[in-house]
Design a protein. Structure first.
Length: 142
């Protein structure tokens, strides 16, 4: 029934900063553009892996609201996750290109290695290296 993960769509405030982050720091590949009414409108598609994309929309407006109280979360988008094959090599490469991780590699509750960073618009990104015996791998890869 399902073919795979399609994309995560993000409205961005400054496309050039976002493209620099996703292409130059994270190492995604520019796939294609879909302009609407000319330059500076539409979307930019970035290839992540295995047919998955990040879709960046021009014209995002930053949210101006109070942060939730400690331990509380707003309803809505939380984060997206990218699976990597070697967490420590990935982190070293990204930091070498100027990336800054909010959370350095650590074991998550599921036993997988994870690291976290935030994009220029405050979008949380989780990177995960799946442990050979993890539940995710049992469901999808075995």
């Amino acid at each position: 029934m399902y073919q795979g993960y399609g994309h995560t769509a993000i409205w961005v405030k400054d496309m050039e900063k976002s493209l620099h982050f996703y292409l130059d720091i994270l190492g995604c590949k520019r796939a294609f553009s879909m302009p609407l009414d000319g330059p500076g409108t539409g979307t930019e598609y970035l290839a992540v892996a295995n047919g998955a994309f990040i879709e960046l929309f021009y014209g995002g407006t930053p949210h101006e609201f109070e942060k939730p109280a400690e331990g509380e979360h707003f309803c809505g988008f939380s984060h997206f996750c990218i699976v990597v094959d070697d967490m420590f090599k990935f982190v070293e490469e990204v930091e070498g290109r100027g990336g800054v991780f909010r959370v350095k590699p650590k074991r998550g509750r599921d036993g997988n290695w994870q690291a976290w960073m935030t994009d220029p618009d405050g979008i949380e990104i989780e990177f995960v290296q799946l442990d050979p015996g993890c539940r995710q791998r049992q469901v999808y890869f075995e």
